[in-house]
Design a protein around this ligand. Structure first.
Ligand code: ATP
Ligand code: MG
Length: 457
């Protein structure tokens, strides 16, 4: 984004123009101005109401408030007048830029598991079939599968895959370089690539898109954001998040029952959230059974006079039991930094849940108070469940729209739900940084109200 000079009377115009340029989505005709536009038959086949016009927009953000802090955003306009930001609406287009019979589509899932992956794969395959695509392959085990000799056809096996969690294709981290991936695509004649994954996967997808443009390959690369943490920018939510919160609530309930049924019981639940505490916050709020919620965005003191341990002692004295819900990325400063990285180059985090369990036991022993500490890490149980109803619907629409976007000739894009409508966004804008919980937001304060926890500072 360009710096804004508020003294410039034209600033709002320039701000809007800058926004529109950044969120303009790349199209095949940028590199191939002569690419043929073919009339789509999709809506006719599906008896679907209408095509989406390329000029249709979805409202990303409307800002009009007098107290910026309470809105959880920075007010750039001193007069606090309207600023509207519109992005491109997703859906089937009247003109398509690929002949279905010429399409060889590939689907790849990378990173960690997330409820709904199979639902998205299924809908991508089904929608491709409706367009008339015969040639669909699955890339096994993430980007690394591009180095495999034979790619399995996945056309006929998708019918019931959404009934179980996981990914039909398998997932992985790390793998070949972008050059090797694009070599493999070129060799196999893959001209549509659907990429399901998080920020790392999307960075890869964007690099693949750029490499294809550089090599003048007419390819559509379309992402579907998969992050159980809900840490992708601009979107209302990502698929799997809702399911994760629901499952997390079960773990919290178990911790609560264990804590409640034991003499001076303390239940500790560690949930996903490497840099963003959305799952911990939402699950704490939803359950109403959490006394202390700790997230990466909000620093806390552990041992001090106003620390977590003192408060636990207070809870044991007053309530007789306590439940702690901690996001995996919280309190990393208390843990030894190993500098270890996973195959994708992500930092390996220390286990804050185990740390809390051990320190709590130690503390109560030291002060001579009985405490029965139980630790639950439901991470892999949550990630592996099948999507719930609302995520199932989200996945269905995202999968369909990914295919519509590719046929419409867009590439280097991803699809998301924004203000309850579906939109296409350029990949770089959604991975510029991780979306995180705003400690000044009303939602975080609602969580604090629900737990009744102090500031721990
Ligand atoms: P999760 O939310 O589960 O962490 P992720 O997509 O962020 O999902 P990663 O393991 O970080 O998961 O990355 C997935 C794939 O993307 C890996 O195969 C990795 O090699 C590749 N990748 C990550 N970052 C980049 C990048 N900047 N450029 C190209 N490829 C990348
Ligand atoms: Mg990631």
């Amino acid at each position: 984004a360009t710096a804004i000079d508020l003294s410039d009377p034209e600033w709002k115009l320039k701000y809007q123009r800058d926004f529109e340029e950044r969120f303009n989505i790349p199209h095949i005709t940028d590199a191939f101005p002569d690419a043929e536009a073919i009339p789509s038959t999709f809506c006719l086949k599906m008896r679907s109401p209408t095509y989406i016009n390329n000029k249709d927009r979805v409202l990303l953000k409307v800002i009009n408030y007098s107290s910026p802090a309470s809105a959880g955003a920075v007010c750039i306009d001193p007069d606090c007048t309207w600023i509207e930001q519109w992005v491109q609406r997703a859906g089937p287009r009247e003109n398509i830029y690929f002949r279905p019979e010429d399409v060889k589509a590939a689907i790849v899932t990378c990173g960690g598991l997330c409820p709904g992956l199979n639902d998205v794969i299924r809908l991508i395959v089904i929608t491709l079939e409706i367009y008339g695509v015969k040639n669909i392959v699955g890339i096994p085990f993430g980007y690394r599968g591009f180095s495999d000799k034979n790619l399995p056809e996945i056309l006929k096996v998708v019918q019931n895959i959404h009934l179980s969690g996981g990914s039909l294709l398998g997932v992985s981290r790390g793998g070949p370089t972008v050059t090797e991936i694009v070599d493999s695509m070129e060799e196999r004649g893959i001209n549509m690539l659907f990429v399901l994954g998080g920020n790392g996967t999307h960075a890869g997808a964007n690099a693949i898109h750029n490499e294809c443009v550089k090599r003048r390959m007419k390819v559509a690369v379309v992402g579907v954001p998969k992050t159980i943490d809900n840490d992708i920018l601009h979107m209302d939510k990502t698929f799997g998040f809702d399911t994760a919160v629901e499952e997390a609530q079960r773990a919290i309930n178990s911790a609560y029952i264990e804590a409640h049924s034991a003499y001076h019981g303390i239940g500790v639940v560690k949930l996903m959230g490497r840099s963003s505490g959305f799952i911990a916050m939402q699950a704490s709020l939803a359950s109403g059974q959490v006394d202390i919620c700790l997230i990466p965005e909000v620093p806390f003191n552990f041992h001090g006079p106003d620390g977590v341990l003192k408060h636990l002692n207070y809870l044991i004295e007053t309530k007789g039991s306590a439940v702690v819900c901690v996001a995996e990325g919280a309190g990393q400063s208390f843990l030894e930094n190993t500098n270890a990285k996973d195959a994708s180059g992500n930092k390996v985090l220390g286990d804050i849940g185990v740390h809390i369990q051990q320190e709590t036991k130690k503390y109560f022993k030291e002060i001579g108070v009985a405490a029965d500490v139980k630790y639950i890490d439901p991470t892999y149980m949550i990630r592996a469940v099948r999507a719930n109803a609302s995520d199932g619907i989200l996945c269905t629409v995202l999968g369909q729209n990914a295919v519509h976007g590719a046929f419409a000739g867009y590439s280097g894009i991803t699809v998301g739900i924004i203000n309850n409508h579906y939109a296409y966004l350029p990949i770089p804008e959604v991975i510029a940084y991780d979306k995180s919980v705003d400690p000044n937001s009303r939602m975080w304060h609602r969580c604090l109200t629900s737990t009744g926890q102090p500031d721990f500072l």
